[in-house]
Design a protein around this ligand. Structure first.
Ligand SMILES: [Zn+2]
Length: 277
C-alpha cells in the first residue's frame, strides 16, 4: 500500500520558465510560503491571487497548497523543473532582496544546501501562509502561520511526493536552505524558528512510517546471488519497479551496482529501481 494520493486539481497550470529534468532528477522537495499576509490568504480566492502573481511574474512552482485545495501548477512527473528556488545546482546564489536574505537574519539552517539543491533537482511546494498582527509583508515579523487545514494538506502532499519519487524525509528542505531567503518566514526568521520545520518533517515521516509498517519490504526468496546488477549507459532509474514510474536518475556510463531487492525484472539500487543491461 502506498501513501494515498491527496485530491489534487490540475486546472491552474503555469507554463513559463519550465524545462525538462535532464540528467538531474528530483532529489529534494523544497518548501516555500506564499507570503500571503491576511488571515484568509489560504482560501480559494487567496490561492487564485497567488497563482495570478506567479503567472504575471513568470515564476512558478509545482504545487500550491491552500486550506481546501491542492493545485498542481507544473507536473513533476512529465519531467519539468521550475524556477522557484533562485539557484542552479552547483551554484551558490545568495538572496539579495532587501530585508529577505541572510543579511536580514541568518539561522542555523540558512544556505545549508547552497549549490547542492537548485531548480534542476527539486520539487517545489508553495504553502499559502496567513498572518496576524500588522498587514505588511515583512518576513522578520512575528505572526506568520499556516492554518491547521493548510498544514495538514501540505503534510499529506509532501508524504505522497516522498513515496512517489523515492525522496527521503531528510531531503525535504526549506527555500531558506538554498539561498538564505527567509522562506518560509515562520520557520527561519528567528532563533528556534526551525523547530517548526523539524515538526513538519516529523509529521511527514509519521505518515510515511505508518505506511511502511503496514507493508514491510519482502526480501526476495531465495536471496539473489551476488547482489550486483549490470546497468547500461543512459539507463533510467525509476521510483518504483515500473517504467511508468517517475524517473529519478539516469546513469551516465555503463556500470555495475549493488542492489538489495529484485522485482519484476527490476533491481533496487541506491539510485532507484533499474532494469538489468
Ligand atoms: Zn520560497
Amino acid at each position: 500500500m502506498a501513501v494515498s494520493k491527496p485530491s489534487i486539481s490540475s486546472i491552474h497550470k503555469l507554463w513559463s520558465n519550465i524545462t525538462r529534468w535532464g540528467r538531474n532528477a528530483p532529489a529534494y522537495i523544497v518548501i516555500h510560503f506564499t507570503s500571503g499576509f491576511s488571515q484568509n490568504s489560504d482560501s480559494t480566492a487567496g490561492m487564485l491571487s497567488a497563482w495570478k502573481s506567479y503567472a504575471e511574474r513568470g515564476s512558478n512552482a509545482h504545487y500550491l497548497v491552500g486550506k481546501s485545495a491542492i493545485w498542481e501548477m507544473v507536473n513533476p512527473k512529465t519531467h519539468f523543473c521550475t524556477y522557484s528556488c533562485g539557484s542552479r545546482v552547483g551554484k551558490k546564489n545568495v538572496c539579495e532582496v532587501p530585508g529577505w536574505g541572510p543579511a536580514a537574519y541568518k539561522g542555523p539552517l540558512s544556505m545549508s544546501h547552497a549549490g547542492v539543491a537548485g531548480h534542476a533537482n527539486t520539487i517545489n511546494v508553495e504553502i499559502c501562509s496567513c498572518k496576524t498582527g500588522r498587514k505588511k509583508c515583512d518576513p522578520m515579523d512575528d505572526g506568520w502561520y499556516f492554518s491547521d487545514e493548510t498544514y495538514m494538506n501540505a503534510v499529506q502532499l509532501v508524504a505522497w511526493l516522498c513515496d512517489e519519487f523515492g525522496i527521503k524525509v531528510t531531503n525535504i528542505i526549506m527555500h531558506n536552505q538554498i539561498t538564505g531567503k527567509l522562506c518560509p518566514a515562520m520557520w527561519c526568521n528567528k532563533p528556534g524558528a526551525e523547530a517548526g520545520f523539524e515538526t513538519f518533517k516529523q509529521n511527514v515521516a509519521t505518515l510515511l512510517n505508518e505506511i511502511e509498517e503496514d507493508t514491510p519490504v519482502k526480501s526476495p526468496s531465495p536471496m539473489p546471488e551476488g547482489g550486483m546488477v549490470n546497468v547500461a549507459a543512459d539507463s533510467f532509474f525509476y521510483s518504483k519497479p515500473s517504467t511508468d514510474a517517475p524517473i529519478v536518475a539516469q546513469s551516465q556510463a555503463a556500470t555495475i551496482l549493488p542492489y538489495t531487492v529484485s522485482k519484476n525484472g527490476f533491481y533496487y539500487t541506491d539510485s532507484g529501481w533499474v532494469q538489468s543491461a
